[in-house]
Design a binder for this molecule. Structure first.
Ligand code: 6CS
Length: 377
């Protein structure tokens, strides 16, 4: 894994210098120079490094596309660091430099304001099976949200969850008051900034590659990400606490350049849509497995990491603050934001009626209960 490199900080310059071949490829792509490739090669960019959940998605996608097309189509995967920041990958997909990319809502807010509905804390279910069904089937997601993406030049192929977002911090946070003068790194979408302001923190948007160095140099006091990312990016090494507040599931989109997708022959579009549809269960199970395994790795690597799951009462204080963020979303986004918010809320409630509304203990440990603290400190 490239994990060793990520731990060398400070961030961008040393951590994510592109491997030589990837840099050449990126330069050639930017200049429009044809690279030797199979007759038909689809370039798939990732916002995450090798070994990540997005990488698992892309590798399985590659395997299935190449197998089902009898090798007529190949897929080249570009992990984070090869082609640029999340924002740049999105631009490259719109411009046809890559055909496919992951584009997480936390980075898409300026381009597609509607998708920031996923940045509202405590909106998605605590039961991740509900989220999984929502993200693959929702008429709101594949209706007005997909339309908004298409207007910006992106075809939404699918969405999936990557795990519960956990705070890693340099001090204990149990209440909004604890967040006073706390510089919390967020992804760059305006609604995420609003969300952490509502929690009482001072949000500090930064690209992913700069987080490790910023924590190491005490430029920020904490960050928030799913467990697999906290492990592979080494964020736990430069923070003391992992805190589960249940506020957000990390969700991502898989998108294609809309022009490219529109121009695909029928059989290729069927191939693409079929593979994406068939991968929903695979990626859901894989993200669960990665998050569980990486938590064990963190526990072993840093036994004195303090792990805290907020009590229902402690969580309620944050949940109450998050109500105002719903109103901010509607005001900030305008258009059909109210319809999107209400529609998604109704879909979640309906799915919870079928599947239940409760998740498992977030720390996943046997016998651990809400409010328990484990580790050193
Ligand atoms: O925090 C971020 O910026 C990133 N986190 C993950 C888990 N994936 C991509 C995203 O850019």
């Amino acid at each position: 894994m490239t994990t060793t490199a990520t731990r060398e900080g400070p961030a961008m310059t040393t951590v994510f210098r592109p491997p030589r071949l990837a840099a050449l490829a990126a330069g050639a792509l930017a200049l429009g120079i044809a690279l030797p490739a199979a007759a038909e090669d689809w370039r798939f960019a990732l916002e995450e490094i090798e070994g990540s959940v997005q990488d698992a998605y892309a590798q399985e996608f590659k395997r299935l596309i190449e197998e089902r097309s009898d090798g007529e189509v190949t897929v080249t995967v570009y992990p984070y660091g090869a082609l640029g920041t999340s924002d740049e990958l999105t631009e490259q997909a719109i411009d046809g430099i890559v055909q496919l990319t992951h584009a997480s809502p936390g980075h898409l807010g300026t381009l597609v304001p509607e998708i920031q509905v996923f940045s509202i804390p405590y909106l998605l279910s605590q039961n991740n099976e509900v989220n999984q069904r929502l993200l693959t089937e929702s008429p709101i997601i594949y209706g007005p949200i997909a339309d908004a993406l298409r207007e910006s030049g992106l075809e939404l192929l699918t969405m999936y969850p990557e795990g519960d977002m956990v705070w890693t911090t340099n001090r204990e946070i149990r209440s909004p008051e604890d967040f006073a003068n706390f510089r919390m790194r967020t992804m760059v979408s305006p609604m995420l900034v609003a969300a952490y302001e509502s929690f009482g923190a001072s949000p500090t948007p930064l690209p992913y590659a700069e987080v490790y160095g910023a924590l190491q140099l005490n430029m920020i006091d904490g960050q928030v990400n799913p467990i697999f990312a906290i492990e592979e990016m080494g964020f736990y090494e430069v923070t003391d606490y992992m805190i589960w507040a249940g506020q957000q599931q990390f969700v991502t989109t898989v998108v294609a350049g809309a022009d490219w997708y529109e121009g695909l022959p029928e059989d290729r579009r069927e191939l693409l849509d079929g593979v994406v549809a068939d991968m929903a269960d695979y990626i859901f199970e894989t993200q669960e497995q990665y998050n569980q395994e990486r938590l064990e790795i963190i526990r072993e690597a840093k036994p004195d990491m303090v792990m805290i799951e907020l009590t229902p009462e402690e969580r309620a204080a944050f949940e109450e603050r998050a109500q105002a963020v719903r109103e901010q979303y509607v005001e900030m986004v305008g258009g059909d934001a109210q319809e999107i918010l209400d529609g998604l809320t109704a879909e979640i409630e309906a799915l919870e009626t079928d599947l239940g509304s409760e998740g498992e203990s977030m720390t996943g440990g046997e016998g651990e209960s809400a409010g328990e603290e484990s580790g050193g400190g």
